[in-house]
Design a binder for this molecule. Structure first.
Ligand SMILES: *[C@@H]1O[C@H](CO)[C@@H](O)[C@H](O)[C@H]1NC(C)=O
Ligand SMILES: *[C@@H]1O[C@H](CO)[C@@H](O)[C@H](O)[C@H]1NC(C)=O
Length: 332
């Protein structure tokens, strides 16, 4: 299956740098505990600036109508009349859904509630990919939520591959400023010819502008949307030091408030002629609309807050991994 091949490939790539993470986390805990109160510091950092609720602008879609289950048998279950689903990982299998349509640019969002307790090695992913159509030069835009062992929190990883650029992982990692296991939180991708923006609860955490330095690795072919849970024991938690412990299975994530708006393609007709934009007013056009092709000042403040307070890893700073950093890291 293409999916598991991609995951194996990704697993291999991820093992190369994850060793940095325990050092960073350990340093963070050391620093904060030296100052007495870990929780106080986390709370002080934990209030993002306010941001426009883009996720309120689009209709929610139905799992029955707009998605298909791609693996996991009874470990995927739709409820609430199609608006929500649960996906579980147990000893037998993970589970996942894929959108029925492929899209060339748009707005893609899911509200996710993560499994609580001991979740090392577990990955919940909300992502876009076209490896089913382009196995050799696929594109990908990823949110990957990485489980944790005792007393560690879920880590958010973002990544992208463009036109098969899988040898250059472009991972970034963030601590979340909330407990992602008690409520639903929104994970959103804006993707158009101008930029890719990753947002968490409408706060941008990462923006990849489509500049000449990155254009050959910029995702630009139609992709489908995926929501999956799977066993990433070889790399997800501290570089694979903590695998999935099935004593605590099943691990169940809940999904809801699914949004996809933009340019839907027939994946078999890649001429570009079959794009059917959703019939929203142009001010709500995530492909060309001005609220979507550049960040507002308020969103830039949110982005700066997230990157200065919550980011714990960026490939652009990883000189152990790259003798020569990718070009977009050195030009601005
Ligand atoms: C369930 O969803 C369908 C469309 O997906 C809708 O037509 C119907 O009214 C919904 N039923 C309830 C009870 O909400
Ligand atoms: C993408 O990859 C294909 C095949 O490797 C190549 O022919 C094409 O020129 C590439 N496109 C871009 C935009 O780099």
């Amino acid at each position: 299956m293409t999916l598991s091949k991609t995951h194996t490939k990704m697993a291999y790539l991820h093992t190369n740098f994850l060793y940095l993470q325990p050092i960073i986390l350990y340093t963070f805990i050391l620093l904060t505990s030296n100052h007495g109160n870990f929780l106080t510091i986390v709370t002080a950092q934990g209030v993002p600036p306010s941001s426009t609720r883009l996720t309120s602008l689009f209709p929610h879609l139905s799992f029955d109508r707009d998605y298909s289950q791609i693996f996991g048998d009874s470990n995927a279950q739709i409820y609430a009349n199609g608006s929500n689903a649960k996906i579980s990982l147990d000893k037998k299998t993970g589970a996942g859904f894929a959108s029925k349509n492929h899209y060339n640019y748009g707005f893609f969002s899911a509200a996710i509630k993560l499994p609580s307790g001991f979740t090392s090695g577990v990955v919940v992913a909300f992502y876009m990919s076209n490896s089913d159509v382009f196995p050799h030069n696929h594109d990908e835009i990823d949110f990957e939520l990485l489980g944790h062992q005792k007393s560690r929190n879920w880590i958010l990883q973002t990544n992208m591959y463009g036109n098969g650029s899988v040898k250059t992982g472009r991972e970034e990692k963030f601590r979340l400023w909330f407990d992602p296991t008690t409520e639903f939180h929104e994970y959103t991708i804006i993707w158009n010819s101008h930029h890719i923006v990753f947002l968490v609860d409408n706060i941008p955490v990462r923006e990849v502008q489509n500049t000449p330095a990155i254009s050959s690795s910029y995702p630009s072919k139609p992709m489908a949307v995926y929501a999956t849970i799977w066993d990433a024991s070889p790399w997800a938690t501290h570089g694979g030091k903590y695998p999935v412990n099935y004593k605590y299975a099943p691990f169940t994530a809940s999904l809801g408030q699914m949004e996809m708006a933009g340019c839907a393609y027939d994946p078999k007709d890649l001429s570009g002629k079959s794009c059917s934009k959703s019939s929203s007013p142009s001010s709500l056009d995530p492909v060309d609309g001005q609220d979507f092709v550049k960040l507002s000042n308020q969103q830039i403040q949110g982005l700066q807050w997230a990157r200065s307070k919550q980011m714990i890893y960026s490939y652009c700073k990883d000189k152990h991994r790259y003798n020569v950093l990718p070009p977009e890291c050195t030009t601005k």
